[in-house]
Design a protein around this ligand. Structure first.
Ligand SMILES: [Zn+2]
Ligand SMILES: [Zn+2]
Length: 117
């Protein structure tokens, strides 16, 4: 998974699972900063659905709205004709809860989408 950095103090964020609530019975994954109070909850409507079909998720992520609020990270675009070095990214739990989350990325330059486990 990509490293994400705190916008306040630039330290690497760690991923943590928040306590479960009524709306998120499985808990919500979030990034936390170890040195300042910054945290970023990875909330989305797919997260609570246990058996989301991977295709469904990919189609859903093709919509503009889903990417509008996504954060971006520095990464190399896999498209050979593109020199893009930034991509929006999204992490979803699309397999069982004890498997690692899947990271969906979308180049900010050419909009190529790909994913990393
Ligand atoms: Zn911080
Ligand atoms: Zn690109």
């Amino acid at each position: 998974m990509p490293l994400v950095f705190c916008p306040n103090c630039s330290n690497a964020l760690t991923i943590a699972r928040a306590d479960s609530t009524n709306t998120h019975p499985m808990g919500v994954n979030r990034f936390e900063c170890r040195t300042c109070p910054y945290e970023w909850a990875l909330e989305n409507k797919w997260y609570d659905r246990v058996n989301v079909k991977e295709k469904e998720v990919e189609q859903a992520l093709g919509g503009k709205d889903e990417w509008k609020n996504a954060d971006s990270i520095g990464t190399q675009c896999p498209n050979e004709g593109c020199n893009g070095e930034r991509a929006y990214f999204y992490q979803l739990q699309i397999r069982s809860a004890d498997e690692p989350m899947t990271t969906f990325l979308r180049c900010t330059t050419c909009a190529t989408q790909w994913r990393e486990n």
